[in-house]
Design a protein around this ligand. Sequence first.
Ligand SMILES: Cc1cc2nc3c(=O)[nH]c(=O)nc-3n(C[C@H](O)[C@H](O)[C@H](O)COP(=O)(O)OP(=O)(O)OC[C@H]3O[C@@H](n4cnc5c(N)ncnc54)[C@H](O)[C@@H]3O)c2cc1C
Ligand code: SF4
Ligand code: SF4
Length: 377
Amino acid sequence: PVAEQKQKHEDVKSFQDLQQEVLDRGLCGRCGGCASFCSADEMNALDFDRTDGPHLISDDNCLKCGICYLICPQIKALDAEVRERFGWQPPIGSFRSIVSARTTEPKVAEVCTDGGVVTSLLRYALEKRIIHGALVSRKIGPFQREPFLATSPDELIDAAGTHFDEVQHLGDFGKGYSTYSPTIQEIKTLGQRRLDRVALVGTPCQIYTVRKMQVLSILPADSIVFTIGLFCMENFSFDAAAKTTLEKNLGLNIDDVAKLNIKDDVIITTTAGKVIHLPFEAVDEIARPACMACPDFANDFADVSVGGLGSPDGYTTTVIRSGLGQKLFNGAKHARLIRQLSLGGKDRAKLHRTELMAKITSFARRKKARARETFAA
Ligand SMILES: Cc1cc2nc3c(=O)[nH]c(=O)nc-3n(C[C@H](O)[C@H](O)[C@H](O)COP(=O)(O)OP(=O)(O)OC[C@H]3O[C@@H](n4cnc5c(N)ncnc54)[C@H](O)[C@@H]3O)c2cc1C
Ligand code: SF4
Ligand code: SF4
């Protein structure tokens, strides 16, 4: 029976398969999900390092449960289940409406990335106790972010903010720079905090992992009741040597980057207030290899997806997908925390929606094509 049991376990995909299919192909995005939700975490089966990624400490301690394999965002084995559960439709997932909107709150507008819709929606949801916390991320240095759970509306200002405390945190990131925020690892702490209604803001790969965890009923993913998904072309990560090359190419000191934004292209605002637009190709070499294999631009499985693409400066393009997303958007609008771009007339509004849809679709197709090329290579 022991041999039989062992054989059965060998029929289940495990970290060894993740190693071959993802890590050995250079596709690991360092999300830390596999190590954080490993069933054998108390037995030290897997280790994780933000720069080097996960590694198997002992195959003997691996329980061969398959969880690490299935929740990895680079593994598409649960695609059909996730699509069915969240009603996916081509080309950018299901949605109820697409609008350009912005915050009316001055303290949000002062620090937000685009129109501050993310922050004002979450502030509204917290104030109304529709959620008890929001897993967001704050900037802690140029090209460096860390996740945290905001439990009050004012803490959310930190997440939208472009300010940071260099002295306190920079030492933690001695090995490199990364705009990727390790939000998935932070989900694990939700169980200890006993919060049962939490929102999460994340990139498509992060929302996809959360959706897979929900399909598999992995705790505490059920506490995540509302997701805001950022559009995402790529995230950046680089070491000290690449930083020097990049600074030379851009004619800019990375420490002077006050704000990084991505819309139709990459937009850098320096601490001196200079705005520099760069084509994606100019920063390709610092894009994470995992991003080149990622097919989701519009965050197809979120409750609400957001980006700057297609909207005038100072507005957030907002794709409202779920019923809860619509309820929160309407609530925040009626509470006068956010305002929709007024276009004067139904025809102009319809044309604007059409332009937004066309732009999002073309970026989504462009990203899918890039992922196909990466996989084919
Ligand atoms: C890595 C990345 C790539 C993006 N790529 C595109 C793109 O190609 N095209 C496009 O139109 N839009 C892109 N966006 C989205 C865009 O930059 C804005 O975040 C979005 O429009 C929301 O703006 P806002 O003013 O409403 O958000 P705000 O109110 O300013 O709130 C921003 C929220 O984003 C969260 N956040 C910031 N950085 C990260 C991160 N690295 N990981 C997880 N959460 C984070 C913060 O926690 C905060 O809650 C990208 C965002 C990121 C983080
Ligand atoms: S992408 Fe995340 S889940 Fe997949 S192997 Fe890398 S760290 Fe693990
Ligand atoms: S491009 Fe894909 S893998 Fe990279 S951060 Fe965005 S969603 Fe994640």
